[in-house]
Write a protein that binds this ligand. Structure first.
Ligand code: DX5
Ligand code: ZN
Length: 225
């Protein structure tokens, strides 16, 4: 994975057909997805449950781009090895998931993955300052994590700009997750984001047998930025 700051769209399979992830991933990649975003939820850190390492491992062979795994789980550390073994390229943990974020980021890199750090909307972005040399990606949540299809929280645009200034020339991606649409994407890109996670805005209107809307939806986001 080489680093660049071009804008990338990362469809979240949270909005795909859960019984058909392999074909959904192939369809959305064929339609132009840059990364595949995989939302892991534990029913404890967030009020929703999705899936664990065996499912991530099973879908890995269908991902030809970058598998971006967003861990909304607490604790995180006991599961890092399993998700790395499942083939995650990027493993993102939440700052709010436990008291030992520094250790968690070290463990993610030691397991051979790029290290991501996600921040909930209520967390000041300055909290990442001491960790900037330990992360490859910062994910700013623009909804409260747990569900797809929620409304974008506009106060995170100013946090994005602050984070962009803090990062300087470091090779760190700024990822935006939640409520990304053709209306909100330009705001965060102008503020410095380069990875746009989008679930409902990409998958709406399409299916594995009618994938063209996936491409049109991503084109609409790209055209807006
Ligand atoms: C929310 C997840 C997101 C979600 C985004 O907790 O982390 O990745 O799938 O969904 P949309 O794009 O529909 O807001
Ligand atoms: Zn996510």
């Amino acid at each position: 994975m080489s680093f660049d700051r071009s804008v990338k769209i990362a469809p979240s399979i949270l909005s795909a057909d859960f019984a058909d992830f392999g074909r959904e991933i192939a369809a959305v990649e064929a339609q132009g997805a840059d990364w595949i975003h995989v939302d892991v939820m534990d029913g404890h850190f967030v009020p929703n449950l999705t899936f664990g390492p065996p499912l991530v491992k099973a879908i890995r062979k269908h991902v030809t781009t970058v598998m971006d795994v967003h861990l909304m789980i607490a604790p995180v550390d006991p599961y890092i090895a399993a998700f790395a073994d499942a083939g995650a390229d990027i493993l993102t943990a939440h700052l709010e998931a436990g008291p030992h974020t520094h250790r968690t980021l070290q463990a993610i890199r030691a397991a051979g993955c790029k290290a991501g750090l996600a921040l909930n909307p209520g967390t000041p972005v300055e909290a990442v300052i001491p960790l900037l040399d330990m992360v490859d990606l910062v994910c700013l949540m623009t909804v409260n994590p747990g569900f797809g299809g929620q409304k974008f929280i506009h106060s995170q645009v100013a946090q994005t700009a602050k984070l962009r200034a803090m990062i300087g020339n470091r090779p760190i991606h700024i990822e935006i997750d939640g409520g990304v649409t053709p209306e909100t994407a330009p705001l965060v890109v102008a503020a410095g984001a380069d990875v746009l996670v989008a679930g409902s805005a990409v998958f709406k209107g399409g299916s594995v047998t009618n994938p063209a809307p996936y491409g049109e939806n991503m084109m609409a986001i790209r055209a807006a930025i």
